[in-house]
Design a protein around this ligand. Sequence first.
Ligand code: IMP
Ligand code: MG
Length: 180
Amino acid sequence: MNDSVIKVHDKYFKKSILFEEIDKAIQDIADRLNEELEYKNPLFLSVLNGAFMFSSELFKKLNFPCEISFVKLASYSGTSSTETVRQLIGFDEDIKGRTVVIIEDIVDTGLTMERILEQLRIMKAADVKIATLLLKPEAFKGSYALDYVGIEIPNDFIVGFGLDYNKRGRNYKDIYKVVE
Ligand code: IMP
Ligand code: MG
């Protein structure tokens, strides 16, 4: 089997976005951040686990004084409701009054991002920007602005470049889409 098809657990995935294209999209985001946030002393907040690879590539391309921290979303079910509550954990930074840039791997429906925005509002961030490597516009239901979007993709399930299928597949430098 050639390397453009990989198997993760029970599913096959076909190479769909090459690292070169990903890298160019990240450079475009970095160029804009370098221009727009140079004097804002921003705090970058990388959302684990998926965004670790994007965060690392993006952060290397920034050339002004800035800081990065890592957060994770803990999902748990409330006792009185069947709704899943997601809360940010890993915050040890003082968010109040800061310009915060959320770094995400992918925005799908936008619900995860909604939760993060809520938390940052409670913590009184002065300004919150969103940088996402990937966006599925057909699935997105959010009513907030996505400030920095790398690549728009169709509603296909993908792995690679940090994204997983049941914890596997994060290690590939290119992005692969599921073969139905
Ligand atoms: P949302 O809350 O629907 O926007 O989903 C966002 C989260 O779902 C992302 O942070 C990913 O962890 C995960 N996700 C969405 N689409 C994909 C995909 O195609 N592959 C892997 N993970 C995905
Ligand atoms: Mg994620």
